[in-house]
Design a binder for this molecule. Structure first.
Ligand code: SF4
Ligand code: SF4
Length: 176
């Protein structure tokens, strides 16, 4: 039998996800730590999303990227947060194109919603098939992709595109 493709598995898993529950919630955003892995395809989608963003959205992304991402958890413990995590709103600057690891938080058995707001997770055998398919793809941190592809994010934020729309999803929480 032909193995399911990553895209097919993503679609099958998405059908089980109750993303509307995450709409606007940021309660799991402290999981938005640095060095989340992304596949080449995900990195390209992020670059396209940023390059095609209208100027006001680019300005917001510029401001978020410029924030100090080291946050204190008290007792001299600090954590480095994701470059796309907004320290003011706790929202994700690239929510519509966030990597798979971010999308699954709260929706799989091994990463349940930390506030028990998502009652149903993706069936574990299906979620594991997705992870196995995803794991066959090369994954790197955002910084590593920037270096390898020679595409520093600031270069995508420089020019102002003409009027157009960008992809949107409901929900602003890490939504993970
Ligand atoms: S998974 Fe995260 S965004 Fe969704 S409801 Fe739970 S805490 Fe909120
Ligand atoms: S949801 Fe967004 S801000 Fe959070 S770790 Fe993923 S890419 Fe970064």
């Amino acid at each position: 039998m032909e193995p399911d493709t990553l895209k097919q598995l993503q679609q099958q898993c998405a059908a089980h996800m109750q993303l509307e529950i995450c709409n606007g919630c940021t309660a799991c955003s402290l999981r938005c730590t640095a060095d989340v892995p992304a596949s080449r395809h995900e990195w390209q989608a992020i670059c396209n999303h940023i390059a095609q963003a209208p100027e006001h959205q680019k300005q917001t992304i510029r401001e978020i990227l410029a924030q100090n991402k080291t946050i204190s958890l008290g007792d001299d413990i600090t954590v480095q947060m994701c470059r796309f995590w907004d320290t003011r709103t706790h929202h994700c600057a690239i929510y519509p194109v966030r990597p798979l690891a971010c999308r699954l938080l709260g929706h799989v058995e091994w990463m349940p919603c930390p506030i028990q707001k998502v009652p149903r997770t993706i069936p574990t055998p299906l979620a594991l098939r997705l992870i196995n398919a995803y794991a066959r793809h090369e994954r790197k941190t955002f910084a590593a992709w920037e270096q390898e592809t020679g595409t520093p994010l600031h270069t995508l934020l420089q020019c102002t595109p003409g009027p157009h729309t960008t992809r949107q999803e409901s929900g602003n929480g890490p939504g993970k």
